[in-house]
Design a protein around this ligand. Structure first.
Ligand code: NDP
Length: 452
């Protein structure tokens, strides 16, 4: 690769989160001279204040049930107790370790890291805290941030950033919203001992997911003691003595000692100099890009949450790698956003890939296969846990269009089945696959009679 001598770098990346780091490392491996700018910790939302610490908190919460299972299986021990501050210290140390790994990876790849706020000031020029650098290509991977102005007073609430920094469990927690973040933290905090209220305007949580999953997740949350306030749009949040009160549209209030605002996220597109190069954002603040992640400026690209396509870490990584391989590797490729598996880490967790039943039915005749059972582990202790699995199949071609599960290990199981759906597997392919026994996942290859 020859570096155009007119520029300091081949690529300047704004943002050292999952997308930016993956793209920068791959570009450097392909011979590009790369600078990455970051004004916060290296690792971005996923590693520092999202997926990773959330999952570590989920693991902490998951022990709450393990003690009951253990007793049912013959163990005895004293009363277990949870010390959130010990978890918080261990989590902080783990994030330091992971950030160190990210820093090491950038250094070994030969990527120059510059700390500070980066702003595009001319088509090929980025200013980072007053220092100007030029590049042949610019990649915007600045991610997103929690919305704090959804309703008046919501800025008083914690966001997902704040809840991950708690050092003690609030006596009661009011969660506003019913998306990924709301459900995961409602489920976690309930198991850690908080009295959780979930307030949302729809009839069911998790809009966009398969309805059978939504119903079962709602029921599972109730089983764990979460109070669901469905069909209530929040109107205004106020402080109330030592706690908070949320006023609901049409009357009614919910009180709690702490509040989590989980009403969505917005792209970090403000104050990065887009206007200086004529890039306009859409009404959600996202940077419009084409299928190659190219903005309206030929050599300026954008990946991840700042583009508001599929806002998931692995998608940002895939977009970043595809972009740099196309530009610096002469191997043009695009990310297929049509089949992206996802998981919600509630208890039990949910995993999903492909079309929901309703989406598939809109496209043509389908067959639906389901299995709803009490897993062996639960039946043994007379527990109430259940697993639910669904295959949505195109009636004409026999192709599996959607795979949905709520139950233990659903995210792990769906990851493997996502390969099958990406390969265009048919129901007949599932049928001739021999089961692994005894597992829950085997149900996916043992469903013979369609439910509808
Ligand atoms: P989501 O978009 O998933 O959910 C936002 C929630 O806020 C919805 O329930 C929505 O309700 C509600 N809401 C929005 N505006 C209002 C309003 N004015 N009044 C009342 N309710 C409102 O956002 P999250 O913040 O939960 O997550 C952000 C992103 O982070 C997601 O897109 C996801 O991709 C990612 N994420 C992924 C995770 C994973 O993969 N496990 C985990 C956490 C986050 P309604 O449905 O009625 O519009």
């Amino acid at each position: 690769m020859t570096t155009d001598i007119a520029y300091d770098y081949d690529l300047i990346t704004l943002g050292a989160g999952s997308g930016g780091v993956a793209a920068s490392r791959r570009a450097a491996a392909l011979g590009a001279k790369v600078l990455i700018a970051e004004n916060s910790r290296v690792g971005g939302t996923c590693v520092i204040r999202g997926c990773v610490p959330k999952k570590l908190m989920m693991y902490a919460a998951s022990f709450a049930d393990s003690f009951d299972y253990a007793r049912g299986y013959g163990w005895s021990f004293g009363e277990p107790a949870f010390d959130m501050s010990r978890w918080a210290d261990a989590k902080a140390a783990e994030l330091d370790r992971l950030e160190g790994i990210y820093l090491g990876m950038l250094e070994r790849a030969g990527v120059t890291l510059v700390r500070g706020h980066a702003r595009i000031v001319a088509p090929h020029t980025v200013e980072i805290d007053g220092q100007r650098h030029t590049a042949r290509h610019i990649l915007i991977a600045t991610g997103g941030h929690p919305n704090t102005d959804t309703i008046p007073g919501l800025e008083l609430a914690m966001t997902s950033n704040g809840i991950l920094d708690l050092r003690e469990i609030p006596e009661s927690l009011l969660v506003v919203g019913a998306g990924f973040i709301a459900l995961e933290f409602a489920s976690i905090m309930a198991r850690l001992g908080s009295q959780v209220h979930l307030v949302y305007r729809g009839e069911l949580p998790l809009r966009g997911f398969d309805d059978d999953l939504r119903q079962r997740v709602a029921r599972a949350l109730e089983t764990k003691g979460v109070q669901l306030h469905a069909g209530h749009a929040p109107q205004q949040l106020e402080r109330d003595g030592a706690g908070y009160v949320l006023h609901l549209e049409g009357g009614g209030q919910v009180r709690a000692s702490a509040v989590l605002n989980a009403t969505g996220r917005s792209p970090n597109s403000h104050d990065i100099g887009l206007e200086s190069v004529g890039i306009s954002v859409n009404k959600k603040g996202a940077i419009p890009v084409d299928a190659d992640s190219r903005t309206c400026v030929d050599h300026i690209w954008a990946v991840g949450d700042v583009t508001d396509r599929v806002n998931l870490t692995p998608v940002a990584i895939a977009e970043g790698r595809a972009m740099v391989e196309s530009v610096f590797g002469n191997t043009p490729r695009r990310v297929d956003h049509s089949v992206v598996a996802s998981a919600v880490f509630t208890d039990p967790p949910l995993g999903t890939v492909g079309l929901t039943e309703a989406e598939a039915a809109d496209k043509g005749p389908i067959r639906v296969f389901e299995s709803d059972f009490r897993p062996m582990k639960d039946a043994f202790v007379d527990g109430q846990g259940r697993s639910y699995m669904k295959l949505v199949v195109d009636a004409a071609s026999d192709k599996v269009l959607g795979i949905h599960m709520v139950g233990a290990d659903a995210p792990e199981i769906i990851q493997s089945l996502a390969v099958a759906i990406s390969c265009g597997a048919t129901k007949a392919d599932f049928d001739r696959t021999i089961a692994v026994h005894p597992t829950a996942a085997e149900e996916f290859v043992l469903m013979r009679e369609p439910s509808r």
